[in-house]
Design a protein around this ligand. Sequence first.
Ligand code: FES
Length: 170
Amino acid sequence: MANDETLAQPGRRDFLTQITAAVGGVGVAAACVPFVASMNPSSDVLAKATTEVDISHIPPDGVHTVPWQGKPVFIFHRTEEQIKQMQASNGVLDPATDKTRVQQPQWLVVVGVCTHMGCVPNKEGPGWVCHCHGSEYDDSGRVIRGPAPKNLEVPPYHFVDDSRIVIGVA
Ligand code: FES
């Protein structure tokens, strides 16, 4: 008889099934929160992943090199003349407009690691020269002479204000 009563109340049975599933779902979600949170980088890791740099002291035509994630990053304060020259060219071996490589025309920010075999290029005359095998880069960090195959990498960065940038986060 009890079975007949249960069979006669399908709405009640469905309701209890749904409530049980909902409570179980909430429990699983609550149990997952600490696991997901543990996968987020710690504040220590984030601090090493980003570098804040005061660029106010870098004179026009000056380069400041800062470490970021174990690599040098060149911050180059370009002059009006250098900006004009770079905007008039699209690069040679790895074409790219200057506009796509800078956020503000007077500031070039690039990883100072040659894209051939990883040496650190020197700022010499217009652009950079890598003395390991002779690659050259222009004042937009674009490769103009190999064997390097690619332009110097532009890292993720953003301006905090006119005098500070943070490297590591776009
Ligand atoms: S590592 Fe720079 S040219 Fe080879």
